[in-house]
Write a protein of this length. Structure first.
Length: 119
């Protein structure tokens, strides 16, 4: 599945952003989906996951209570609503399909979208 993430940008600390992910040429409906991120000089890390139905989610401790993952009504789009952004949230965010729920393991990676949070 070819995934495309969008919605990144430069914001100040405390602001909000919403990232979107869609697939080109295929549906996302049958996949557990997630978001990972990679900060400069660091390894990629898990951010959030959502199951096929959208009824179950999982979050990294660092984003719990601030980020919300969701699926569109047609289940063909995945969103990451990011509130109360902090400078340490600065990273390239990747939309992924999951091959394993826990621990989260990605199968397909989209191109990333850059989120920069200034202090």
């Amino acid at each position: 599945v070819q995934l495309q993430a969008s919605g990144g940008g430069l914001v100040q600390a405390g602001a909000s952003l919403r990232l979107s992910c869609a697939a080109s040429g295929r549906t996302l409906r049958g996949y557990n989906m997630g978001w990972f991120r990679q900060a400069p000089g660091k390894e990629r890390e898990f951010v959030a996951a959502i199951n096929v139905s959208g009824g179950t989610t999982n979050y990294a401790d660092s984003v719990k209570g601030r980020f919300t993952i969701s699926r569109g009504n047609a289940k063909d789009t995945v969103y990451l609503q990011m509130n109360s952004l902090k400078p340490e949230d600065t990273a390239v965010y990747f939309c992924v399909s999951l091959i394993k729920w826990y621990p989260p393991m990605a199968r397909d990676w989209g191109q990333g979208t850059l989120v920069t949070v200034s202090s």
